[in-house]
Design a protein around this ligand. Structure first.
Ligand code: C2E
Ligand code: MG
Ligand code: MG
Length: 596
């Protein structure tokens, strides 16, 4: 490469700003220094140079002559710097005094040269270095303010913009909105499909979020899978909510194709309105609280109100209490019978976790399991559940009770994400001599949605150990039919949502008949959960869904009660048929239970 070419690298256009004929003389030197390929524009007036620099990409560097006035010409430099922040500026002056040079650098120039000593080559070199330094400075600034993965503003720029919005709102009296959005099930996807897929998902979500906003809005990556928004000019809570709905819709409206899979992605958004009196930290905290509330309620957007603060501290208490509960052995299991409607006997029991905290009282699994999953406490908890439930089954069996009973244990999809689960199950099966088919692991439908490659393999390994697999809450998630057909499992537990009102709703019965047929095709046994009325049980029997579970037969009860039922050989599933019409059997109770 020729020396001129090296000197010109990265520079395409230079603006020379000087008074009168000095402009063309300096421009000539610069042209000579760079050689061909660099356009040099000579401007005899500052105003002319400012016009030439109007677009930020109009020049790669500016050579500004302070002229005979020396330090007096610094005002021109300031005006130039104000207008073209992105452009490197090199100053030349007849007066090479130190003070003027320092003042020029302080005002924003990249370099200062004495006109008399600078020939074309020196000028070109200075301009190129200055342009390179400016580019690097901009890049460093960008790195400090933007998230490298998604290219969105980072937390620090978000906080800047938030402070700006508060100040502007103080002047205009107009409210602004802050949104906090978090990707639902991100942890599950990241842990199971790998961080590469997790990163790609975040980039795709970032693009969708940006596409839903107006040019002046800010969306930033606040951290992890959390995004923060500052929206001004929102027309009150109603307008802010409409914008937030649009953002949520932009993310979830289309399936996302990643690593050869189609994933449905949703976000939960917390929304808070702020004004000139808002404190940035409080706004962020409130938006975060509202976002957790949105998640807990399964809503896309939740507007903050002050009553929510209490539940955030509740969450913290659950976190703390749960850690203590594991250490202090405050977890216990109750068991709910699974009933075979054909004959009415107990087919199995589902172990359900209970936590009785000395301070919080009895905490429902629906409140603490998601927190345990998030904190990864679900693994020690899950191991304890499996161990304690298998021990219980072995203890019943040693007393001649429930030798054919199936034991159902719930396993979180987060636990399934770790390969150790197979060893753990194998160990418990061995330790307690559990026979093939006696242990059934229930995993929620989300395991199919996330499309966990290893998960599918893991289910196969668990089945090879002799365990059965049940897909819990079947029909409540977003699984594709492909996943439903491909995954290896033995039971489909139909959620109460599909069972309720079965007796009075013909369409639902037709739907369930279809599900029954689908299950038969797949070689899967349906189990109806949450059966509460005799009418529902009868409709299920007619539909051929013979395995049922629900308050109608028994609530989840302590082990001693199950023992009693087993010892008495109770058949909780024996019911009368729906009563004949009153004219035929006056006085008969329609749903009385046959006591055996
Ligand atoms: P699940 O596995 O679908 O369990 C069924 C839930 O429905 C239980 O709630 C049960 O008490 C309730 N239920 C049973 N019959 C009826 C009925 O007739 N009507 C109504 N409305 N509800 C009924 P529970 O015990 O509160 O557990 C809630 C969820 O927490 C479970 O849903 C399961 O997903 C999770 N869970 C419970 N124990 C464990 C555990 O040991 N490990 C894991 N990972 N999750 C667990
Ligand atoms: Mg279950
Ligand atoms: Mg269920």
């Amino acid at each position: 490469m020729r020396p001129e070419a090296i000197a010109a690298a990265g520079i395409e256009r230079v603006v020379v700003a000087a008074e009168g004929e000095r402009a063309s003389r300096l421009a000539g030197l610069v042209r000579e220094g760079f050689g061909q390929g660099v356009e040099v524009v000579a401007c005899e007036q500052l105003a002319e140079a400012l016009v030439a620099l109007e677009s930020p990409t109009a020049a790669d560097a500016v050579l500004l002559d302070l002229g005979p006035e020396g330090g007096e010409g610094l005002g021109r430099l300031e005006r130039l710097c104000e207008q073209s922040l992105e452009t490197a500026i090199v100053v030349v002056s007849e007066w090479g005094d130190e003070n003027t040079a320092l003042a020029a650098l302080a005002a924003g120039a990249q370099d200062f040269l004495e006109a008399g000593t600078a020939d074309g080559a020196v000028l070109a070199k200075a301009l190129r270095y200055a342009s390179e330094r400016t580019r690097i400075e901009r890049e460093l600034e960008h790195r400090a303010m933007y998230d490298p993965l998604t290219g969105l503003p980072n937390r620090s720029l978000f906080e800047d913009r938030l402070r700006g919005a508060i100040a502007r709102s103080g002047r205009s009296g107009e409210p602004f909105a802050v949104l906090f959005a978090d990707v639902n099930r991100f942890k599950l996807i990241n842990d199971t499909l790998g961080h590469g897929v997790g990163d790609a998902l975040l980039c795709e979500v970032a693009g969708r979020l940006k596409s839903a906003l107006r040019p002046a809005d800010t969306v930033a990556r606040y951290g992890g899978d959390e995004f923060g928004f500052v929206l001004e000019g929102v027309e009150g809570a109603g307008g802010a909510r409409r914008l937030a709905d649009r953002v949520a819709e932009a993310v979830s409206s289309e399936l996302l194709e990643l690593a050869g899979r189609e994933l449905s992605v949703e976000i939960a958004i917390g929304l808070v309105l702020g004004d000139g009196t808002s404190d940035p930290e409080t706004v962020v905290r409130d938006a975060d609280v509202a976002m957790y509330r949105a998640k807990a309620k399964g809503e896309a957007v939740t507007l903050f109100d002050s009553s929510m603060q209490a539940s955030a501290s509740e969450r913290f208490e659950i976190e703390q209490g749960l850690r203590r509960a594991i250490d202090e052995g405050r977890l216990s299991l109750v068991y709910q019978p699974l009933i075979n409607l054909d004959g009415g006997a107990m087919y199995g029991v589902e172990a359900l976790l209970r936590w009785n905290d000395p301070v919080l009282g009895s905490v429902a699994p629906a409140s603490f399991i998601p927190i345990a999953e998030e904190l990864r406490l679900i693994e020690p908890i899950g191991r304890w559940v499996l161990h304690a439930a298998c021990e219980q089954l072995a203890s019943w069996r040693s007393r001649g009770l429930g030798s054919d009973l199936m034991l159902n244990v719930n396993v979180s999809p987060v636990e399934l994400g770790s390969p150790e689960i197979v060893d753990w199950v194998a160990k418990e099966i061995d330790r307690w001599g559990i026979r093939p088919g006696q242990l059934c692991l229930e995993i929620t439908e989300s395991v199919l949605v996330a499309g966990i490659t290893d998960g599918e393999q893991r289910l196969r390994e668990l089945r090879e150990l002799g365990a059965r697999i049940a897909i819990d809450d079947f029909g409540t998630g977003y699984s594709s039919l492909d996943a439903i057909a491909r995954f290896p499992y033995d039971y489909a537990k139909l959620d109460r949502g599909m069972i309720a009102d079965l007796a009075s709703d013909a369409r639902r019965r037709r739907f369930l008949r279809g599900i029954r047929a689908l299950a038969t095709t797949l070689g899967v046994t349906p189990v109806a959960e949450g059966v509460e009325t005799a009418e529902e049980a009868d409709a299920l029997r007619v539909l051929g869904c013979g395995l049922v579970q629900g308050y109608l037969f028994s609530r989840p009860v302590p082990p001693a009660e199950i023992e009693g039922m087993l010892a008495r050989k109770d058949r909780p599933g024996l019911f009368t048929r729906p009563a004949p019409k009153p004219a035929q059997a006056a006085g008969a109770s329609s749903h009385s239970r046959i006591v055996v």
